[in-house]
Write a protein that binds this ligand. Structure first.
Ligand code: ADP
Length: 509
């Protein structure tokens, strides 16, 4: 109602009332604008006022909140405690409580309160502000999970480190206690590991050689020189190469560590073969002495038997001739064996000397062939010779030894080919070498046994069944002869089909 002609006091009151109403509307606007859930609670825990933020977080409408107890959504215990403590202390800050929403979801919130009094100073309740901790709690949980995952990883790492340490200790113990010497050069070819046997065999102390390059090692100690001569500065891969250091013979093998592109170093194995070498030498000496001792009586027997056979000491009956003839053949076989053994002994002693002369391989091949014609004919084997397409050059070779090698290949071809078969000898001239091959249509050699060809005393299973004579030394000697001339010998064979043995010799002048 509007007052006509108001007194100055009435005017003042009207202005004050206006101010009050705008203050109330300001407070209301602020209350509802606040993004924090806030409510006013009576001293006995009844919600008197609430703002939209609280409605939003709780899921309850204003009507469901106002006039209802606070314990409805924060639980009786927390509601009583908050109100009691606020009444006692005047305010509380950041108390963590759980709020249950209308749809029974639990939300962690932080509650702060402030006592509210009226004009007369009587307590009428308290303000309560809530802060949603969901995001913080989630982050905390994530953090917790990451922390425990990290701890697990750390534990695994510690465990793995322990295992690696254990493995390292085991490997170090194995390396240190190996009988063979072991060295490792790193990717820069500096020596990064040497075990005690290698120190002993190479007569060095590890502290003096660690981290040294091949050049430094060679200048540091003489014993490294022969080793580095075969390994080279680049520490190349080698297999079982022998070196001699003072009285020791060492066998060196080297392998790259890691794939060729990602080579991380080289491993060198030093194997002491001094004892084996000594035994081998003694064995060779024994064979050599025994063979020499046997050769003289065998020659005497040969001479005596031939006298008998030729009738120089009286005519023999046919039967006697037959018996003596058989003895003569057996004696010849013995002489061949002894000669082969002596050749092997000489090869192994490194004194299989070569008398080099200029000779044509073609002539040697033809000579070897003519000496085999009779036996080929006897066995009904066709022996064929294929002339080279172009004339062969003269070679500097040991003609006698090369003839032995050719003869051995041709004799084998005839011996291991059943009657009716064929043996073909052919010669070839390439730019820098000449080659001879002996092809037969014989029994061949099984795939599994081919890698044993050219080794001492090897005789294949299939020919053992044929009951042929032989020592298993011919191919070993032939291989040594060819290789001593810088050539190569090889065989291609198929069981029951035939074989081709061939060798090549370099043309060196
Ligand atoms: P030997 O002939 O005295 O047994 P070799 O050293 O000459 O000794 O030959 C070794 C072995 O190689 C023979 O015993 C035989 O098993 C096999 N061999 C050699 N040449 C032939 C061939 N032409 N055909 C089949 N086997 C062969």
């Amino acid at each position: 109602m509007e007052i006509k002609n108001p007194t100055p006091e009435q005017n003042k009151i009207a202005v004050l009332l206006d101010d009050l109403s705008s203050l109330e509307s300001y407070a209301r606007d602020l209350f509802s604008f606040l993004p924090l859930p806030v409510c006013l609670v009576s001293s006995i825990g009844i919600i008197l006022e609430t703002n939209p933020a609280l409605e939003k977080i709780s899921g309850y409408s204003t009507e469901e909140l106002i006039g209802n107890p606070l314990e409805n959504f924060i639980g009786k215990l927390d509601a009583n405690r908050l109100i009691k403590e606020t009444l006692e202390k005047g305010s509380l800050s950041s108390r963590e409580i759980v709020l249950t929403t209308k749809d029974k979801k639990k939300i962690y919130v932080s509650a702060s309160t402030l006592l509210r009094k009226n004009d007369q100073g009587e307590t009428i309740g308290c303000f309560m502000g809530l802060f949603d901790l969901t995001a913080i709690k989630e982050n905390e949980q994530d953090l917790h999970k990451s922390q425990s995952a990290l701890l697990n990883i750390l534990e695994d790492v510690v465990e793995e480190k322990g295992k690696a340490e254990e493995e390292k200790n085991k490997t170090s113990a194995v390396i240190a206690n190996l009988t063979d010497g072991l060295m490792v050069f790193d990717s820069q070819n500096n020596l990064s590991l040497i075990n005690p046997p290698a120190e002993k065999l190479l007569r060095v102390k590890k502290d003096a050689v660690y981290n040294k390059s091949p050049d430094e090692l060679a200048s540091l100690t003489d014993s490294f020189k022969p080793l580095l001569t075969i390994l080279g500065k680049e520490i190349k891969e080698i297999f079982r190469q022998e070196i001699i250091i003072e009285d020791f013979t060492l066998e060196i093998s080297s392998v790259s560590i890691g794939a060729s592109k990602n080579r991380t170093g080289s491993l060198i194995i030093v194997h002491d073969i001094t004892r084996e070498k000594g035994i081998e030498r003694m064995k060779t000496e024994f064979v050599s002495i025994a063979a020499h001792q046997l050769r003289t009586p065998l020659s005497v027997i040969k001479w005596a038997l031939s006298l008998l056979l030729e009738g120089d000491v009286g005519e023999l009956s046919a039967e006697q001739k037959n018996v003596i003839g058989k003895s003569y053949t057996s004696n010849e076989r013995m002489i061949t064996l002894i000669n082969d053994l002596l050749d092997v002994a000489r090869i192994e002693e490194g004194r299989y000397l070569y008398k080099l002369v200029t000779a044509k391989l073609e002539n040697l091949a033809q000579a070897a062939l003519s000496s085999c014609r009779e036996i080929a004919a006897k066995r009904n084997i066709k022996l064929e010779y294929q002339k080279p397409a172009k004339a062969l050059p003269e070679l500097m070779i040991d003609a006698e030894k090369i003839t032995f090698a050719i003869q051995n290949l041709v004799e084998n071809a005839i011996k291991y080919t059943p009657p009716g078969g064929q043996v073909t000898v052919s010669l070839k001239y390439d730019t820098n070498k000449v080659a001879l091959s002996v092809k037969d249509t014989g029994v061949g050699i099984s795939q599994e046994q081919q890698n044993r060809l050219f080794t001492k005393f090897f005789r294949a299973n299939n020919i053992m069944r044929m009951e042929t004579d032989g020592t298993g030394l011919g191919l070993f000697i032939a291989k040594n002869i060819i290789e001593a001339h810088g050539g190569q010998i090889r065989c291609q064979s198929q069981e029951n089909k035939g074989s081709t043995f061939s060798f090549s010799l370099p043309i060196n002048n």
